[in-house]
Structures are given as C-alpha cells and as structure tokens.
Design a protein around this ligand. Structure first.
Ligand code: HEM
Length: 299
C-alpha cells in the first residue's frame, strides 16, 4: 500500500518541490543573524517539512510532533514518558485522519483512506499507525545523518572544497556518509525463523538477533580501509537502510533530500564554519539515533 508512494519515479517527480523547500529554508537562514543553529533551521526542517507535505500533516505542528518523536526515540525516557508521547501523537493523528476522511486531499493519509480504508483493506487505526511510523521514520533519520554529515565536512575542509568544486560527487558523498556516519546505533532486531549459519555461527530457530549495521558498514572485508571516509569509494553496498524485505521504505526520498541539501549548502554557504568549539556540542548519546542537537554556524 505504501511502497508505491516512495518509488524512484514518484520521488524524482518530487525533486523540484524538494529543491524549492531547500532553497527557501536556506535563503531564510542565509539572510538571518549569525551565528545560528543549522539543525533546527535547515537539516531538521527540510525532511520534517517534506514528510509533513507528503503525509498531509500541517507543518505548523512540527514543534509538537518533533518533541513526541524525540521522546519516543530517547533511550533515557521512562516507559511512562514514551507511552504518553506515543499516545499524544496517535491522538493527534487520529483527529487528522478523521478530518482527511471527511475531505480527502492530495496526500498519503488521504490516499490510504480513499484507496484502502473505504475498500475495507485496513481501518482508520491502521492509517494512524502507518502515519506515525512515516512521520517519525521520515524526518529524524535523515536529519541526524545530514547534521552529522555537515559536522564531518566542517572538520574536513579538504573534502568540503573538493565537493564544492565538483558537485557531481555529492551523490557518492551521501552514500559514503550513510556508511561512515550510520546513525541508527541500536541495530535492527530480528528473530530467526529457522536454523541458519551466518559466517560459521549457528543461529537457532527462535533466537533473537540484533543486527548492527554500524559494524557491518565498517567491515574490512567489504570496504577497504573502512575507517577512512573516501569520497570516491563505491559505498552502495552500505546497509544503513537495513537489508531484505523490510529495508527502509523511504531510502530514495532520504537520498534525494540529502543530495539536494548538500549541493545547495556547498553552493549557497561556501564559507560555512562551526561557530563554537566542537567539544561544546551536545550529541545524542541518549537516543536510538545518533546525532548532534544543534550546530551553531557562521558563514
Ligand atoms: C538517512 C535516512 C534514513 C535512514 C538511515 C533510515 C534507516 C532505516 C532502517 C535501518 C530501517 C529498518 C530496516 C530493517 O528493519 O531492516 C528503516 C525502516 C523504515 N524506514 Fe527508514 N531510514 C531513513 C529515512 C527514511 C525516510 C525519509 C522515510 C519515510 C519517508 C523512512 C521510512 C521507513 C519505513 C516506513 C520503514 C519501515 C519499513 C518496513 O518495516 O517495512 N525512512 N529505515
């Protein structure tokens, strides 16, 4: 029901709209006071705005849904706090789904209602649940990867300059960032359905497995000098988006968003620099997704 929303063709058609979102946010940022936080104004705002538009969730409510997503992905939130955040988000989406049901628009929630709820394939509660998944998966991941990517490039002026002079390398740089900075540190969880031998290790049917992509993405048998960021390596076998039937549904969107953001940033703010010592930055060590909370920059 959802994969058709995220095909290469669908996302390529969205490219002009994504470009417009990026250009507007970056222009507002560039004209604003210095130093300013690039995360809230740009690296988080871009994917949040994009997924809001796609889903049909009003972006004006972004403070609310970003806060709930942050609590739900925090590894230090109590069970009660995480559950309350989940309930608040579901309640919010339930009201929205009811509104879209009355007057459907040109968005994913509306299409799920018209094409699937009305035909009896799924219920409105399922739409709430899918909307919640997409809303959270659709912005935190891309935002954290992009923020960490910017921070990395600011530490490596040689790579920044090379990309600035040769923007055709950006898609490759994005792929290498996904490999090198892989932000999902908690691993994806699976249960073996049958006995399986992985690299000489027997995993028995019923055994739980945590698959650490951060480790696989630094596997020296797959990637030469895995701890080196190499702009020219073919990193397309990285598994930051997971692997198999449940691999990330939004990976085409994430790639295109990141390509547009980095290309625009290198062009519009070529002299971007960190406005504070790197030691003073707050990192998300307490979250299922690694990242940096704010990036005060000048340009
Ligand atoms: C850099 C950005 C992103 C990263 C690193 C990322 C990573 C992942 C990973 C590791 C999984 C789990 C795969 C597995 O279980 O094997 C996943 C699943 C998923 N992602 Fe992403 N994601 C990103 C962006 C997005 C975006 C933009 C969207 C939505 C538009 C999205 C929607 C989803 C959905 C719906 C799933 C669940 C798929 C399923 O269970 O079948 N993701 N993602």
């Amino acid at each position: 029901m959802l994969t058709s929303e995220f095909t290469i063709r669908k996302i390529e058609n969205l490219r002009p709209r994504l470009q417009a979102i990026v250009d507007k946010l970056l222009e507002d940022f560039a004209m604003g006071p210095q130093p300013s936080d690039l995360v809230s104004a740009f690296t988080l705002a871009t994917p949040a705005l994009a997924i809001s538009e796609l889903l049909g969730v009003p972006y004006d409510d972004h403070d609310f849904f970003q806060e709930q997503a942050m609590i739900m992905t925090s590894s230090t939130a109590t069970r009660e706090e995480a559950s309350a955040a989940n309930q608040a988000l579901c309640e919010y989406l339930r009201e929205l789904v009811a509104k879209r049901s009355e007057s459907p628009g040109e968005d994913i929630l509306s299409r799920l209602i018209v094409n699937h709820v009305r035909k009896g394939d799924i219920t409105e509660t399922d739409v709430v649940s899918l909307g919640r998944l997409l809303l959270i998966a659709g912005h935190e991941t891309t935002a954290n990867t992009t923020s960490m990517g910017v921070l990395f490039l600011l530490q490596r002026p040689d790579i920044w300059e090379e990309l600035r002079q040769n923007p055709s390398l950006v898609p490759n740089a994005v792929e290498e960032m996904l490999r090198f900075l892989d932000v999902i540190q908690s691993g994806t969880r699976r249960v073996a359905l049958e006995d399986v031998v992985v690299n000489g290790q027997l995993i028995r049917a019923g055994d739980p497995v945590v698959v650490l992509s951060i480790s696989a993405n630094r596997d020296q048998e797959q990637f030469k000098d895995p701890h080196v960021f190499d702009l020219r390596r073919d990193a397309r076998t990285q598994i930051a988006f997971g692997y198999g039937p449940h691999q990330c549904m939004g990976q085409v969107l994430a790639r295109v968003e990141m390509q547009i953001m980095f290309t625009a940033l290198l062009k519009r703010l070529p002299n971007l620099r960190l406005a504070v010592p790197i030691e003073s930055l707050a990192f998300k060590s307490d979250s299922l997704m690694y990242g940096v909370r704010a990036l005060p920059v000048s340009w």
